[in-house]
Design a protein around this ligand. Structure first.
Ligand SMILES: [Zn+2]
Length: 407
């Protein structure tokens, strides 16, 4: 009979945008629990996953068994009927720690309808039929391009002479919607040849600061982006001109709806998403790795947003009895996240959740009491907690725990 509280060991992947060696928080946290994981200082470590997705699954630290298998064997006890009936014998979410040294590919995750279609057409590349709304919580200063700028801002920037050629050619007397105009600008930028991108970037950089007004930050970002993927990357133009640029402090969280455009630029984050690995990339990656611009723009929503619209509220959770826990509730997704922050010797009790969950200690240490047992909770430790189990944390010094759950 499986226990309801299972300590996990996990692994990191090595996409080239990850931080190197011990600079990567993902790698450091991973190495603190997984005895088989050794940090190689010459290697990039981008993401540690602590879910059941087969590409990078979590295992029981004690027995080495794949968490997915354990859940299948004990679905009634560990997942519970409610979540099992909706999502099957699995974790319906996939939490990760990301350590970002340079921009991730400019990307969108297709919604359910398109994912089903793409998965049927090309199951190798689109490995599941699910949508992938995601949240990102900053563990340090976190920079990201998220969603399209409000129309007035895009229009203001498009007055810069260097960008004229990307405007749609308007037939006289025809009124085009703002969304359609933005779709055409974005498509033109993504389809531009390398020479055009390069010369536009040069002209942009020589634009006087006062002409850019509140968008003057673009001048600081140009050299950084140039260093990362080169001056000819089409992602540069779309991110700088059309997208909102957000800088989050540690603890702040943002939400990306399915089919929303985003590219994370730097920082360490806790990320959680629906159980999916579907992504359509274009820009901020080698040309050969890019998906077709037509597929990208077909999947994309051209809704325009205020920059702070994706920021998630941190609401005190009624699951935490001592008021030390906030809850992040992204709309339209299969999961929520509980964040517990304790000072020295403080305690928190989290009421039983009616579904599966996984937690990670991102800093500090303490004890975990759950299912009639006490466990050490050192930094980097990761646990699966089955449904219906009350959890108590006690901080030794400080203790910060992120816990994703579904119910
Ligand atoms: Zn994403």
């Amino acid at each position: 009979m499986a226990e309801s509280v299972i300590q996990l060991k996990c692994n990191c992947n090595s996409y080239p945008w990850g931080k190197k060696g011990k600079q990567s928080l993902a790698a450091r946290l991973c190495s603190q629990t997984n005895p088989d994981f050794e940090i190689d200082d010459s290697k990039e470590y981008s993401e540690m996953w602590f879910g059941t997705y087969p590409e990078l699954p979590a295992y029981s630290l004690k027995t080495g068994q794949d968490l997915q298998e354990i859940l299948k064997e004990q679905k009634d006890k560990l997942i519970g009927k409610k979540v099992h009936d909706r999502f099957g014998a699995d974790l319906p979410f996939l939490p990760k720690i990301l350590s970002i040294a340079k921009a991730l590919p400019l990307q969108i995750h297709p919604d359910k309808k398109l994912s089903e279609k793409l998965h049927e057409e090309d199951p190798e590349k689109f490995s599941d039929p699910n949508h992938k709304p995601e949240i990102a919580v900053a563990l340090s200063k976190f920079e990201a391009f998220v969603g399209f700028k409000p129309n007035a801002d895009v229009q203001e920037l498009m007055r810069i002479e260097a960008l004229e050629d990307f405007l749609p050619k308007k037939a006289d007397g025809i009124n085009v919607s703002d969304e359609e105009t933005l779709r055409q600008i974005t498509t033109n930028m993504l389809k531009a040849d390398e020479k055009t991108v390069e010369s536009t970037m040069k002209k942009l950089q020589s634009t006087p600061k006062d002409q850019l007004g509140k968008h003057a930050y673009i001048l600081d970002l140009i050299p950084r982006l140039k260093d990362q993927y080169g001056v000819t990357d089409n992602g540069n133009l779309v991110a700088l001109i059309c997208m909102n640029f957000l800088v989050l402090d540690a603890g702040q969280a943002l939400y990306i709806p399915a089919d929303g455009i985003h590219a994370y630029l730097s920082g360490d984050i806790v990320e959680c998403m629906a159980r999916s690995n579907n992504v359509i990339n274009t820009g901020f990656c080698p040309r050969a790795d890019r998906d077709s611009v037509d597929l990208f723009t077909r999947a994309l929503t051209f809704k325009q947003h205020d920059p702070d619209e994706p920021i998630l509220d941190r609401k005190q959770s009624d699951k935490g009895r001592n008021g030390k826990t906030v809850e992040l509730k992204p709309p339209m997704s299969e999961f929520n996240m509980l964040v517990t922050e304790l000072s020295k010797d403080e305690k928190e009790t989290i009421e039983a959740v009616q579904g599966p969950s996984t937690l990670i200690v991102t800093s500090g240490s303490g004890k975990l009491s759950a299912g009639g047992q006490e466990h050490d909770l050192p930094e980097g430790s990761i646990f699966f907690i089955g449904q219906g189990v009350e959890v108590k944390y006690t901080a030794k010094d400080i203790l910060v725990v992120y816990r994703a759950y579904a119910e």
